[in-house]
Design a protein around this ligand. Sequence first.
Ligand code: PLP
Length: 420
Amino acid sequence: MANFTDQLIFDVDFARKQFPFFDLNQSNEWAFFDNAGGTFPCRPVVDKLEHFYKNNKVQPYGDNALADAAGEQMDRGRKVISDLMGVAMDTITIGPSTTQNLNTLSNACTGFLSKGDEIIISEQDHEANIGGWERVAKHTGATLNLWKVNESDGELDLAYLEKLLNNNTKIVCVTHSSNIIGTVNPIDQIIDMGHSFGAKVIIDGVSYAPHRWPDLSDTKADAYCFSTYKTYATHQGIMYVSPGFLEMLEPQCHFFNAYRPWSQLDTAGPDHAGIAALAGLGDYFEVLYDHHFEKPDLPLNIKASMVSNLMNSHETSLCKVLLERLTHLPTRIFGKNTMQGREANIALISENHTSARLSTLIGKKGIATKHGHFYAYRILKKMGLDPDDGVLRLSFSHYNTMNETVRLVNALTGILEKSA
Ligand SMILES: Cc1ncc(COP(=O)(O)O)c(C=O)c1O
């Protein structure tokens, strides 16, 4: 049991012990701050992946015990991920990525869209929640309306959405938080606004989920997506679709598989081992829950949320240190300059270096970051940035430490003050 006084504190050392990467010497050489690009996988996930590959890497659900065991592991992976989210297994599509899932979802909407209908997309979104809708609008004749961001700060304004919405609006697409701006958007309010005109609301939770586990037990979203390679697991895209919305969609799978709600939007053959290994994510949250809480057995989604709150407080406290220092350095930070209402993911540009150079210089000091447009091409263009050089992005995960944060802050300070 973690040692706490009056306030529960996240035990980061304990969490790091659950990650094979932190057993390696290179984990001391590198402070890793490209977590928004993908986190390290936790040990229970890696163990389950290895187990599947070593023991049951066969066509699952076949007529033999090896295949039976493979199928059981996959079923368990599906069950655990839906339990973690607090939703029915039938509402979850597990595809190779969120880009693929959203593309499939947009294609599945073609049957009920036609000329005169309207789709709203947000300029703040990753291309994954824009491009497919643009193509579908072109093919169906539906009108695509762009919910523009404010040019000065890249934020979304609800008043703008209000003006776009009308009785022809069939779909509203928006990100829970942008992978560049980092502000947590008021999705409940957005969903209510969309629903008041009868529109379906589709949320991209990819940037948000690593910072707050998506417990969707009381969601009003019609669809919600995130990617488990950014939540300490295998490279899968998870898409929740509400039963009412699924009924309106044209299945995108082989016709003889369409009787299963969870395979209707699965266009790809599933990654058997990757799905089986998702069960390890449940074990990871359980281990952290048992370590931090003296509470009775609770549903998995509640446990995951409680653990995720602790993780969030920890990474927020680290990111605050960075943010405070950055306000004194010659940089432009995107999004809010406090941690109030934002995720621990900071994009910035320097007054004296290109983002590419800054990323290289900081890399030479043992800090792993990344620069670019991160497929949020349109918002960067809107804010007058060169998407190819883009921004430097510094993204935290719950396994980062204060020591790593101080190394990051010192490295940035050294580079930016020297050049000022
Ligand atoms: C906000 C956001 N949406 C969507 C995606 C696409 O996810 P995937 O890589 O699973 O296709 C990303 C990927 O970085 C993202 O950051």
